[in-house]
Design a protein around this ligand. Sequence first.
Ligand code: 13P
Ligand code: SF4
Length: 302
Amino acid sequence: MEKLVGEIKQLCKEKDAVILAHYYVDDAIQEIADYVGDSFYLAKVAKADTHKTLVFCGVTFMGESANILNPEKTVLMPADDAVCPMALMVDPKTIAEMRQKYDDLAVVCYINSMADIKALSDVCVTSSNALKIVKSLPNKNIFFIPDGNLGRFVAQEIPEKNIILNPGYCHVHTTITAEDVEKMLDEHPDSEILVHPESKKEVCDLADFVGSTKEIIEYAAKSNAKSFIICTEKGVLHELKNVAPDKEFYFVGARQICPNMKKLTLEKVKACLVNNAPVARVPEDIRLAALKPLDRMLELAK
Ligand code: 13P
Ligand code: SF4
């Protein structure tokens, strides 16, 4: 493995490349990455970094967003079959129907979506900025796509808006049940419960804190509690151990693993640098249309 890591570092130098990784990818990749973070942080880094090539270790909507924001850079996607199923859980026809039905409608699109859907939306959000951005919109009616759980969480926190939900969901977060969490709490009663908003209502209702992966990690580092029940994908454990080595972290079941994020391997990172492929590239007309809601997100989240 040391040899492989050395080869990847050398290739990055030769190709003027940096590696961006989401917290859900394997530890070995998080360790060699130049940047590790949540979806919002990675989108900002993709825009701000000045290297010629970005190696995006995450699911395909993340690579697409990096390409939309930076058409002049090469965005390598080591695993171009790592598709987030939730990103496909809304279709253009439903968006058109909602626009017909409501005059004053903002289509708010979770970044976990494909470029053609972003292109039809008014603004993008991530789990760390959704509340701030939805609050700031002038519209009363919001069609929140594709994640029905994040949409429901936003609706609960912003009751003054009429938030129309879409039935999309994350198959990883929705496997977590309130019963699992309560059982774990019985075993570790001093623990705080930290929950990602892609989780079901019954789980969010038990939480001491609801936030994005990065926010969960920051919360655990700052909290006076010594142990935590973590309701998100297990990959966050790598950074949790880095920032809070003396604390305990419990996961409620074996299903808190995203199979698509786990498609990323060091071997694939090396192969994409050698082959200059696969790349994330969105057709120019869709890219220009999808750039508007992404840029608006970056502006409103400031
Ligand atoms: P964040 O890292 O933005 O919280 O997103 C979680 C996720 O499911 C990414 O696919
Ligand atoms: Fe998609 Fe869920 Fe995996 Fe995130 S954890 S990439 S939302 S399937």
